[in-house]
Design a protein around this ligand. Structure first.
Ligand code: HEM
Length: 198
């Protein structure tokens, strides 16, 4: 099926996949973040996330793998980049690979411990790390391959008839509408200074 145009991202009848609440692991993360929520809950979580992001003193050029500068700004060990990568690998709810999901569950739990508690702030910090990792890794892979176009070619929405559809990001590389990327400015700086993970 051909991806739908990015206007769909501003059509409230097309929603992000719903993720049920879970007590731990990647399911817990998905159930707490703006990325997989809609309506009033999305608005509230998005405001918390933006405040959290604005409160981080990110020093680009801290170097290393994406998103090492963000880990440093959060006061977390840069050695957690592997946990961030593992969580990012199974962040999207359509991930069906059981090994990736199990590794992501463990990684999220280690990140929760590192953040100090299982709070909303912790969910926002991990959300920022994982989303940034996904975006920056896509940019790095694109640079390596020489591919043109948006770093993340498509995203997903649930159509009014309940089917999951792909949405083309050629015209909106950072998304659009309520779920548009809140890290676009920071992404440009980090992508220029952080080296890709291998
Ligand atoms: C060049 C790198 C990046 C690219 C290409 C990118 C791209 C995107 C896109 C396309 C979306 C929309 C997804 C959708 O509507 O389905 C998105 C959402 C998001 N991005 Fe980024 N992003 C990048 C870097 C970052 C960074 C550095 C951060 C954090 C510091 C970040 C945080 C987020 C968050 C939290 C969302 C979800 C927003 C919501 O659902 O309300 N991104 N990003």
């Amino acid at each position: 099926m051909d991806p739908l145009p990015s206007e769909v991202l501003e059509d409230p009848r097309y929603t992000v996949p719903h993720c049920p609440e879970a007590e731990h692991g990647i399911g817990w993360l998905r159930g707490r973040v703006p990325r997989f929520s809609e309506g009033a809950e999305h608005t509230r979580r998005r405001a918390v996330l933006e405040r959290t992001l604005a409160g981080l003193d990110v020093r680009p050029g801290a170097g290393g793998q994406p998103p090492a500068a963000l880990l440093a700004a959060m006061g977390l060990s840069r050695e957690l980049v592997g946990e961030v990568a593992a969580a990012a690998a199974a962040y999207q709810p359509h991930t069906s690979d059981r090994e990736l999901t199990a590794a992501a569950d463990d990684a999220v739990e280690r990140l929760v411990v590192a953040c100090g508690d299982r709070s909303e702030r912790t969910a926002m910090l991990i959300c920022i790390l994982v989303q940034a990792h996904a975006g920056l890794t896509a940019v790095a892979e694109q640079r390596r391959s020489g591919r043109t176009g948006p770093p993340i070619p498509v995203t997903r929405r649930v159509a009014p008839d309940g089917r999951e559809v792909l949405v083309d990001l050629s015209e909106a590389p950072f998304g659009r509408g309520a779920h548009a990327c809140p890290g676009e400015q920071l992404a440009a700086v980090l992508a220029a200074t952080e080296s890709p993970q291998r």
